[in-house]
Design a protein around this ligand. Structure first.
Ligand SMILES: NC(=O)c1ccc[n+]([C@@H]2O[C@H](COP(=O)([O-])OP(=O)(O)OC[C@H]3O[C@@H](n4cnc5c(N)ncnc54)[C@H](OP(=O)(O)O)[C@@H]3O)[C@@H](O)[C@H]2O)c1
Length: 253
């Protein structure tokens, strides 16, 4: 089988695995953060866990860019820049700001996340920088790119703003959980997850690729069940939790 055949087989299997993961995560709480627990291997510190897990994505994309044949192609450079804006932040900036001594990542989460990030970056980077069609610079003015770029930027901003509200709930050295308020928390329990999902839907649109769509599907598979679990958890822990707040989608669910 040549690489194109391998790529498409992997992509198909990847969509199928996202669907299986979605169903599994409805029943099993991913063992990190407030759900970190024994039975999934040693618990790693949360900062170190994030850096190790996300490193394949942050380093893999520039590597695939260098191994590809699009170094002089404007859309390819923009794709690389957008990816790195997200992943340099997630890998090196986001973990530094985390507060609280609890939580952490069970080793199983870290191993699964490394696997996920490695396959995901291969599918996206290899397609955009080598296997997929070489896009003309005019793509950057195409409505699909513009709308996707808007969604990517809006999702990124929502995610970062919401993560910042969560971080500010704890003073340095403090642990424990409080009810988050402000921003999109007014309507949903997990606006950071909503922002992340919008961001990668935007990526799917702006790259106009099945690889990008698979990333959006995986983001929903990972985060929609977790948003439901967080929502239930808050309602159990806080009797005064705002009744009108939904889990992930304002006014819906
Ligand atoms: N694309 C994907 O597939 C994917 C998958 C997973 C995560 N992510 C992204 O990664 C980021 C982090 O995800 P996460 O699952 O760790 O988010 P999370 O459960 O909301 O936690 C984020 C941080 O805020 C703290 N925190 C959360 N709720 C709090 C509260 N009520 N009071 C005080 N502190 C609170 C957590 O502390 P503790 O650690 O102590 O709980 C953690 O440090 C998000 O932006 C998410 O979108 C993306």
């Amino acid at each position: 089988m040549d690489e194109v055949g391998f790529f498409h087989t992997l992509l198909l299997a990847w969509f199928a695995l996202a669907a299986v993961t979605f169903v599994l995560l409805l029943f099993v709480r991913a063992p990190y953060g407030r759900y970190a627990r024994r039975g999934w291997g040693p618990i790693l510190g949360k900062k170190m866990g994030w850096v190790i897990m996300e490193l394949p994505s942050a380093l893999g994309m520039p590597l695939l860019f260098l191994l590809g044949n699009r170094q002089d192609n404007a859309p390819a450079l923009v794709f690389l820049a957008l990816w790195e804006i997200h992943y340099l932040h997630r890998t090196f900036v986001f973990p530094l700001g985390l507060r609280g001594s609890g939580g952490g990542h069970a080793l199983a989460t870290v191993v699964m996340a490394i696997f996920f990030n490695s396959v995901n970056v291969y599918l996206n980077g290899r397609w955009l920088f080598f296997l997929g069609p070489r896009l003309e610079p005019a793509w950057l003015a195409d409505p699909r790119f513009l709308l996707g770029g808007f969604l990517f930027a809006a999702g990124f901003a929502i995610c970062k703003h919401s993560d910042a509200i969560l971080r500010a709930l704890r003073s340095p050295g403090e642990s424990g959980y409080k009810i988050p308020r402000g921003g999109l928390f007014r309507w949903v329990t997990c606006p950071n997850y909503l922002g992340e999902i919008i961001e990668w839907c935007g990526w799917a649109l702006l790259t106009w690729s099945l690889a990008g769509l698979s990333f959006a599907a995986w983001t929903v598979a990972n985060l929609a069940p977790r948003a439901r679990q967080h929502h239930r958890w808050y309602r159990q822990e806080f009797p005064d939790y705002p009744r009108e707040r939904r889990a992930l989608l304002p006014f819906i669910c």
